[in-house]
Design a protein around this ligand. Structure first.
Ligand code: FAD
Length: 398
């Protein structure tokens, strides 16, 4: 495997503080994440201690308000940090993105009291979050979810403000079984998007249990599991936003989350390109380094161009978000383009390494397996095209 040192920060960044932050992240990645990434992924080991370190270093809270313990960084900067983390190990980069997604509901839609009570621990207290929207029978059509939250119920006293009882099964939960809190979307009203409400559920809630994690193609260190809610009692004080507002909250979180996925995809693609560049410079065939052959040089050029185009697209969307402008269409475009680019770039990286690319002695095959999941999560790329088309042509007529 190629050895990398921390690279100099050769980016246009908004502040010197942001440059220092990225330098610090690159150092941390080289010291704490990259050296064990391949081995831990092969063993399917979840790096809980890495998330604790990121929390201590303020890297689990970057885009949130300083008032509640956040880093107060613009998305433009936060996403470039994610890119670095994902380039070293997607389990970590995507994990930070999912944690950020899980905090979004409370940070954006919670009351001042709720934010003061929970956010400091969620953002910098060593806690790790998860986001529960998908269900076994509700994936792309998330608004058809059936996990039910009923007022009262489940026995016991309602207490001041009352409580809710949750029953049902969530699917595909990243950090399922290891998270300290879950942002859960559950049905409190009739069918469709308007009958859904968001809740903040503690990881140790009675009646909450996780299934054995899914056996995945990649990101094996990141547990993805079904969660069962069996009469889980949640105080009304943990309801986020209004009754029926849950789907709006979920979609708003996903707009930002999709930018996180785009940045992770660019990170994975960049790691694959770096590996391919190092290998093709070393490997000799026909008496020359294979990087001499124009057929391969053109592949490298195309890979680098797709990465730069993806980075420019997600940064453009992030700057819209930072300026308080609409960015939903651009977030969907970024997720679509960057993840498709990552799939192409990582597949080409395997090709450039020849037979060795197909072995686990080099990370190219891992990058390729990691890129695949990014085309699926947080809305498949077919769903991103639907979102983009709706912005362009209006809703479908049926
Ligand atoms: C590793 C991993 C981690 C995940 N983490 C989380 C998480 O933390 N929280 C969470 O809530 N979810 C999570 N998910 C779930 C993920 O968001 C869903 O897998 C995704 O939304 C797709 O849903 P589905 O798998 O049910 O596929 P389906 O919706 O059944 O889709 C199957 C195929 O049909 C296509 N399709 C469906 N509808 C349409 C349509 N109208 N037009 C065109 N094509 C369509 C899809 O694009 C796809 O190709 C995770 C998934 C994975 C694999």
């Amino acid at each position: 495997m190629t050895e990398y040192g921390p690279r100099p920060v050769d980016r246009r960044l908004p502040t010197e503080e942001a440059r220092d932050l990225l330098t610090l992240v690159r150092e941390l990645v080289e010291r704490e994440i990259r050296p064990t990434a391949a081995e831990q992924e092969e063993a399917g080991r979840f790096p809980r201690e890495t998330f604790a370190l990121l929390s201590e270093s303020g890297l689990l809270s970057l885009p949130y308000d300083e008032e509640f313990g956040g880093g107060g960084q613009p998305y433009e900067v936060y996403l470039q940090v994610l890119e670095e983390l994902a380039a070293a190990r997607l389990t970590v980069g995507l994990g930070v993105s999912v944690h950020t997604l899980a905090c979004h509901a409370l940070a954006g839609f919670g009351t001042k009291e709720q934010r003061a009570e929970h956010l400091p621990d969620m953002l910098g207290g060593g806690l790790l979050g998860a986001y529960c929207l998908s269900e076994p029978a509700a994936g792309s059509d998330a608004a058809s979810l059936t996990t039910r939250a009923t007022r009262g119920g489940g026995g016991g006293e309602a207490g001041s403000g009352g409580h809710w009882t949750l029953n049902g099964t969530k699917a595909w939960t990243t950090h399922g079984g290891v998270a300290d809190f879950y942002t859960v979307l559950a049905r409190t009203g009739g069918s469709g998007a308007h009958g859904i409400t968001a809740f903040l559920v503690p990881g140790d809630a009675e009646g909450l249990s996780a299934a054995v994690p899914e056996r995945k193609m990649g990101m094996k260190g990141s547990p993805t599991a079904q969660l069962h809610f069996d009469n889980v009692r949640i105080p009304d004080a943990r309801r986020i936003g209004d009754e029926g507002q849950g789907f709006t909250i979920a979609l708003s979180a996903l707009d930002s989350g999709r930018l996180g996925i785009a940045a992770c995809a660019v990170g994975v693609a960049q790691a694959a390109l770096d590996e391919a560049l190092a290998y093709t410079a070393e490997r000799r065939q026909f008496g020359r380094p294979i990087a001499d052959f124009q057929g391969l040089r053109f592949m490298l050029a195309d890979m680098a161009t797709q990465i730069e185009a993806g980075r420019a697209l997600y940064l453009g969307a992030a700057r819209l978000r930072d300026a308080g402008l609409p960015f939903s269409k651009e977030a969907a475009m970024s997720k679509l383009f960057c993840t498709d680019a990552a799939m192409r770039v990582t597949t080409d990286a395997v090709q450039l390494l020849g037979g060795y690319g197909y072995t686990m002695d080099f990370p190219a095959e891992r990058y390729m397996r990691e890129a695949k999941v990014l085309q699926i999560v947080e809305g498949t790329n077919q769903i991103q095209r639907m979102v983009i088309a709706r912005h362009l042509a209006g809703p479908e007529t049926r």
